[in-house]
Design a binder for this molecule. Structure first.
Ligand SMILES: O=C(CO)[C@@H](O)[C@H](O)COP(=O)(O)O
Ligand SMILES: [Fe+2]
Length: 224
């Protein structure tokens, strides 16, 4: 696996044809699956039975992004599907560290996500309990939004802490990532990039995934 990971978000895919859609993004690193409950976010996608089925047909490991309330109750079920990683929102959990331990014990990587309005400091001290920190670069709920520049200070702060404490934690960004900004966001510290519309609206998705990966790796190589 290359240093920069590109995880296409299937929120922008054709929901009636996941198997053929997945085949068009088979050169990705992981496939990002947005679970929304019309409660934690004002949009609804699909739940556990769909993710169980995706697990059977996917050419790549699944990176599950849970945008659901009562996540302390639901997250374990997603880990049990055999998903590679399960990321839940800090805002939706009563005890993120305890939940991460539960997800890890099942055998999935545990990720914690923060919305644009949530401080990163609250999770930085517990980072060793997680395999991934997801800094949302848009308000969760919808694809195709513009990246919120203010969120990028959190990416820099998280990168400083990960490097300083020599943590093995992936730093993911999600929302509005495309070929115009990925290199800069990588330079600031992200190493794992979710891209929905930038991949699915492209004429040649495989080529776009490789283009995004190349740009991100240039950004990573420019880090001081
Ligand atoms: O979690 C979310 C939205 O809440 C994302 O994963 C989006 O699906 C990303 O889409 P683009 O902003 O890249 O179009
Ligand atoms: Fe997402």
């Amino acid at each position: 696996m290359s240093r920069a990971r590109i995880n296409p978000s299937i929120l922008s895919a054709d929901f009636a044809n996941f198997e053929s859609e997945f085949a068009t993004i088979a050169n990705s690193d992981l496939i990002h699956v947005d679970v929304m409950d019309n409660n934690f976010v004002p949009n609804l996608t699909f739940g556990l039975p769909m993710v169980q089925r995706m697990q059977q047909i996917t050419p790549k490991p699944l990176d599950i992004h849970l945008m659901i309330a009562n996540v302390d109750k639901w997250a374990a079920g997603y880990a049990e599907t055999g998903a590679f990683s399960v990321t839940f929102h800090a805002e939706a959990s009563d005890n993120p560290v305890q939940l991460a331990r539960k997800i890890r014990a099942i055998g999935a990587r545990a990720g914690v996500a923060i919305k644009p309005g949530t401080n990163v400091e609250g999770v930085l001290d517990d980072l060793s309990e997680f395999d991934q920190l997801l800094v949302m670069t848009v308000e969760p709920g919808f694809g195709g939004q513009a990246l919120i520049e203010d969120t990028l200070t959190k990416v820099s702060a998280a990168r400083r802490r990960i490097d300083q404490d020599k943590l093995d934690v992936w730093l993911q960004v999600d929302g509005g990532i495309d070929e115009t900004n990925i290199q800069r966001v990588a330079e600031l510290g992200a190493d794992t990039f979710v891209a929905g519309s930038a991949v699915f609206k492209s004429q040649d998705r495989a080529k776009q995934i490789q283009n995004l990966r190349d740009l991100a790796e240039i950004g990573i190589s420019h880090r001081h």
